[in-house]
Write a protein that binds this ligand. Structure first.
Ligand SMILES: Nc1nc2c(c(=O)[nH]1)N[C@H]1C(S)=C(S)[C@@H](COP(=O)(O)OP(=O)(O)OC[C@H]3O[C@@H](n4cnc5c(=O)[nH]c(N)nc54)[C@H](O)[C@@H]3O)O[C@H]1N2
Ligand SMILES: Nc1nc2c(c(=O)[nH]1)N[C@H]1C(S)=C(S)[C@@H](COP(=O)(O)OP(=O)(O)OC[C@H]3O[C@@H](n4cnc5c(=O)[nH]c(N)nc54)[C@H](O)[C@@H]3O)O[C@H]1N2
Ligand code: SF4
Ligand SMILES: [Mo]
Length: 744
């Protein structure tokens, strides 16, 4: 084994320094007088899946001074949301973890060196494996590290350490879309490009609040010169709904019935695109028969819409002269029948032939900056590169590309997140390694998870901060570098590979996740297997090879420099396309399925459908309110581990937990704005400050997911196909918490 110091040095890497500063670069930024930026580099934002490019201004040592949005990037066109502007602030936070921390005998954390940390990591987890079997150690990872790190983690754990169970927070977020696209199109392939926001005549947003969650995408919709009709389907009157032309405030989780009802009306109107259906799809007859059972009477009863509203909705989708696009996010993906709901959206686009042309498509917007990288290269549900663990030829191919023995690749799939949690409860999982996610805040029905801590013999958390809820429960904390302190590739919602640069040094002994995984490989004893995985860019070359011949083929991307030059490149970009382009950059906006050919064996898209099922926990006499959860403001990111560290972002967010209540309910319960409210479910309770607002319907309440108490309340139901949690609907009761009125 190489001495630790050499390894550490090898992974520290040089600072980025390129591109000379141009006049005007600092027009918008705040440049403290003492700091003199001397150069600028472009990097992709590490919060949401939009993938905006930021120009980071560097001092002579190559350290970031400040940043401005990139005016010449096809994604954000010179814009950034508050999180992007403040992206450097979380790096300097006081609670960054700067050395490995090991829980000592008295229960307190003690700083230790990497040598001890790595020996403890390997020793303890191997001990668990020796006692309870190789699969008794599981991993929960993330959609928020670079693709090269995800792939290395997936390969290290499954091929090197002999683990089987690896899942990530992508399960909480994008599993539904992954399964829905795979079944309908034959591959997990979002078809759109962001120009479709501007090219569309009718945009339908279902369970999506882009004004808050994807502000730059929303800006593009708002700035469209086509003056499109924007339709929002959301039980709440969100900021997005307020700005839209039409808002259908349906009953929560009535989407599937609504979408089948729309298909029924479209078919009756003769709006089916029969030529497209015949040439490019399978299963239409059965689908048409299925939706006959969804007449307006049934749909109106389930959704709360009037027959006129429903007709008007269908009419907007029926016009063949118009380009219609459908966009969905967590209001769809986080549900008990979410996969079929996502597919019901896909079916509407297939039925009307609204796919493969500008301004069309059934388009899922992703959440985290690298959800798409995780879906392709997480090595969790699919084998690296979108392959299948169960297929011997796929295993042999992946092994060949990576220079591995195919026998090292498991043929079985990992347990999903919820099954890993069940495995902890049943004693089958005894060791857990958590990377860049905070399940003790974000997992559904959090009380149960917390109770399971004592069942784990060893819990390792790898994070930028030691203060996360899960880190506080850990036996060992590994200090990680964050976005901006390392390099690699993120894949955004429109399949664009974008480059993240190192613009700051990680504090203390914190290391990039890449470096930590490499060190673990060495100390575990499988370092040789990863000799070719020598740097993020070397791994990028391996991933590129793995993509060759797949729908996500990006073999035409030469290297990182090519990505930077071309301003990000959308997959697919094959070697053949690169040759044909003979030196010209790829077109800046490319969409899939223009030829009406899909990725299924018959090259046809499939109509997939099912019967709607009742909500798992409906409100009743004891728990009369339906709780909805989701994003609160554009300044808050999930658990707040990063965004709470910016003074600017803190000012843009409410203080503490809030609950939105309809005025009718508030009056009945004698709750006034600013009162403290006690919210109880069958699982747990929390307190929050009342915001009385008609944006939520009577009988429903909304609590942003950023407060760490909200998942005490949620009910652990899952979609059976994607196993994604249904975070957005459970029954609660409320009352004013006596003598706790807070002035607002
Ligand atoms: N500022 C900010 N931006 C973010 C994030 C963040 O934390 N903060 N997180 C990122 C991530 S990872 C994700 S996944 C995305 C999420 O992005 P979105 O999905 O847009 O955000 P949510 O607020 O979770 O949910 C969207 C809407 O679904 C609605 N909804 C609830 N139940 C139903 C239902 O049954 N039917 C329908 N039609 N709608 C319903 C809610 O009222 C909510 O307005 O945002 C990304 N962007
Ligand atoms: N009730 C309810 N719950 C929800 C949702 C909801 O709508 N309602 N939404 C769900 C969804 S869609 C999502 S995506 C999840 C998000 O839930 P989480 O994944 O738990 O939330 P984050 O705050 O994004 O956690 C990321 C962690 O990674 C750390 N980190 C950031 N960068 C790095 C890095 O480069 N390396 C390492 N090692 N660590 C890093 C951060 O400090 C942070 O602690 O929440 C889910 N939970
Ligand atoms: S919209 Fe998303 S990617 Fe763009 S600046 Fe904001 S957080 Fe970053
Ligand atoms: Mo997400």
């Amino acid at each position: 084994m190489k001495p630790l110091e050499n390894l550490l040095r090898a992974h520290e890497g040089p600072m980025t320094s390129e591109l000379v500063l141009r006049p005007g670069d600092f027009g918008l930024g705040r440049v403290p007088a003492r700091l003199k930026p001397v150069s600028t580099t472009n990097t992709v934002c590490g919060f949401c899946s939009t993938g905006c490019s930021l120009r980071v201004h560097l001092d002579a040592a190559g350290q970031a001074v400040n940043l401005t949005p990139d005016p010449d990037y096809p994604v954000n066109l010179g814009m950034a949301c508050p999180k992007g502007w403040e992206a450097l602030a979380p790096l300097a936070a006081a609670d960054r973890v700067t050395t490995p921390l090991l829980r000592a005998a008295g229960g307190r954390f003690a700083p230790v060196g990497w040598e001890q940390a790595l020996r403890t990591f390997c020793g303890r987890l191997k001990h668990v494996q020796a006692r309870h079997g190789p699969h008794s150690v599981a991993v929960l990872s993330t959609g928020q590290i670079v693709t090269e790190e995800m792939a290395l983690l997936g390969a290290l754990t499954k091929f090197g350490m002999g683990l089987l169970h690896l899942d990530s927070n992508t399960r909480q977020c994008m599993a539904t879309t992954h399964v829905a696209y795979k079944e309908s199109f034959g591959f997990d392939a979002p078809p759109f490009t962001y120009a479709d926001f501007e090219e569309s005549d009718v945009l339908v947003f279902i369970g999506a609040n882009p004004c808050i969650a994807h502000p730059i995408m929303w800006q593009r919709v708002m700035s469209s010169r086509r003056q499109p009709l924007v339709i929002v389907v959301d039980p709440r009157r969100t900021e997005t709904a307020m700005a839209a032309g039409r808002h259908y405030a349906i009953q929560p989780k009535s989407d599937l019935t609504l979408l089948y009802g729309l298909a029924h009306l479209l078919i009756n109107r003769g709006a089916a695109d029969e030529a497209f259906i015949r040439a490019s799809t399978d299963g239409y007859e059965a689908f048409a028969l299925h939706v006959r059972d969804f007449p307006p009477s049934r749909v109106c009863a389930a959704t709360g819409l009037t027959p006129e509203e429903l007709e008007q909705f269908a009419a907007a989708l029926a016009d063949r002269e118009k380009r219609v696009s459908y966009w969905w996010t967590m209001g769809v993906n986080q549900g008990h029948e979410s996969t079929r709901t996502a597919q019901a959206i896909i079916n509407l686009a297939l039925l009307t032939g609204q796919i493969g042309r500008p301004g069309t498509g059934p388009n899922s917007i992703t959440g985290q900056c690298n959800a798409m990288g995780s879906r392709l290269y997480g090595n969790a549900t699919s084998l690296l590169g979108g392959y299948d663990f169960a297929d011997a030829e796929h295993r042999a191919h992946v092994a060949r590309v990576l220079g591995l023995d195919a026998a090292l690749i498991p043929s079985a799939k990992s347990w999903a997140y919820d099954q890993i949690v069940d495995g902890i409860e049943s004693g089958q999982i005894r060791g857990l390694w958590v990377i860049a996610t905070d399940p003790a805040h974000s997992w559904i029905n959090q009380g149960r998870l917390a109770a399971l801590r004592s069942k784990l013999e060893f819990l390792v958390v790898q994070d930028m901060y030691a203060t996360t809820r899960t880190a506080q429960l850990a036996d060992l904390i590994l200090p990680a570098a964050g976005w901006g302190e390392k390099e690699g590739v993120l894949i955004n919602s429109e399949r664009r590979l974008g480059l993240v640069r190192k613009v700051a040094r990680a504090p203390g002994a914190a290391l990039s996740d890449f470096a930590i995984f490499k060190l673990i490989a060495e100390y575990w004893g499988c370092g040789k297997m990863f000799a070719r995985w020598s740097s993020p860019e070397a791994v990028f070359q391996l991933l590129k090879e793995l993509s060759r011949g797949q729908p996500c083929d990006f073999s035409g991307v030469r290297d990182y420099a090519h990505l930077a030059e071309a301003r990000g490149i959308q997959w697919p970009w094959t070697e053949a396309s690169e040759m044909a382009a003979s030196g010209r950059a790829p077109q800046r906006q490319r969409r899939l399925f223009a030829d009406g050919r899909f990725f299924t064996p018959r090259r046809r898209a499939r109509f997939v459908f099912d019967h709607p099922r009742p909500m798992p926990e409906e409100p009743d006499g004891s728990y009369p309110f339906l709780l909805l959860t989701g994003r609160g403001t554009s300044a808050q990111w999930h658990t707040g581990s990063r965004t709470d560290k910016s003074a600017v972002l803190r000012k843009l967010a409410p203080r503490g937990a809030i609950i939105e209540i309809n005025p009718v309910d508030a009056r009945r319960l004698v709750i006034r704005a600013g009162d403290r409210v006690l919210i109880q479910s069958r699982r747990g309770e929390m307190r929050a400050t009342a915001v009385v607002t008609p944006t939520v319907q009577a009988g429903q309440v909304f609590i942003p997911m950023h407060d760490d108490q909200v998942n005490r309340l949620t009910f652990a139901a899952f979609d059976p196909h994607s196993r994604q949690p249904s975070y957005k609907a459970c029954a609660v009761r409320l009352k004013r918490a006596i003598q706790e009125r807070r002035s607002t």
